[in-house]
Design a protein around this ligand. Structure first.
Ligand code: HEC
Ligand code: HEC
Length: 164
């Protein structure tokens, strides 16, 4: 019994190491983020909402977001070429594509499986309340969102809303 447990712990450790190496290899292919790309990202992509951490969308989805900034969820978030390059670098993707077909659906962190699962105890009324307004407004509840901190210990539900 103890032996079985021990070997499965080792298996998990080896898998985790494998995943870490796989991520490191992928990241090495795109230009690495720099302090300058991080501050451009915060400035350009954190002015209307939380500057969402890169880890919350797949690279292909970020590429779609960056290729559609002129029709960005009802807003115009167009960037000049220099800023667009820095933002792409920060998100770990290549240069933004020139022509994403008009019918392409915009990806949403807030519709991804893990997001729905983590927030399944929060009612639609809470997300729509005046203190929150939208599930995309992470910092209404995650007090560390602007620092990329989504740890459950930094969650404070706004007054008048409930998390059951
Ligand atoms: C002019 C304001 C504005 C700027 C600048 C802006 N956005 Fe947005 N963004 C929006 C709005 C509005 C929404 C929709 C929010 C909602 O549904 O509540 C949105 C939504 C998003 C979403 C989807 C959120 C979800 O529901 O999961 C992503 C991802 C996103 N923006 C990324 C970016 C990135 C990357 C940049 C920088 C290139 C950026 N945004 C800059 C206004 C902006
Ligand atoms: C209305 C408040 C609210 C909003 C808005 C919100 N969250 Fe959350 N989030 C929570 C609560 C509450 C939990 C904890 C759920 C639980 O453990 O029961 C949570 C959990 C999480 C977790 C898991 C944390 C952990 O350590 O287990 C992540 C990651 C997360 N949220 C990301 C986001 C992102 C990204 C956004 C914005 C796109 C967002 N959340 C918007 C309230 C919110």
């Amino acid at each position: 019994m103890i032996h079985t447990l021990h070997s499965s712990v080792i298996t998990i450790a080896i898998r985790a190491l494998g995943a870490t190496l796989a991520i490191a290899t992928t990241a090495a292919q795109a230009a690495a983020p720099t302090p300058a790309s991080a501050s451009t990202y915060q400035e350009e992509c954190g002015s209307c909402h939380t500057a969402y951490p890169a880890r919350f969308l797949k690279p292909a989805d970020w590429t779609t977001v960056l290729g559609t900034l002129d029709r960005h969820y009802g807003a115009d978030a167009t960037l000049d070429a220099t800023a667009a390059g820095e933002v792409a670098r920060h998100l770990g993707v290549g240069s933004p594509p020139a022509n994403v077909p008009a019918a392409t659906a915009l990806p949403r962190i807030t519709r991804s499986g893990w997001f729905v699962h983590e927030h399944d105890e929060i009612s639609a009324a809470t997300f729509k309340s005046s203190a929150v307004r939208s599930a995309a407004n992470c910092s209404a509840c995650h007090t560390g969102a602007d620092r990329g901190d989504f740890d459950e210990h930094s969650i404070r539900m706004p007054q008048g809303t409930r998390h059951e």
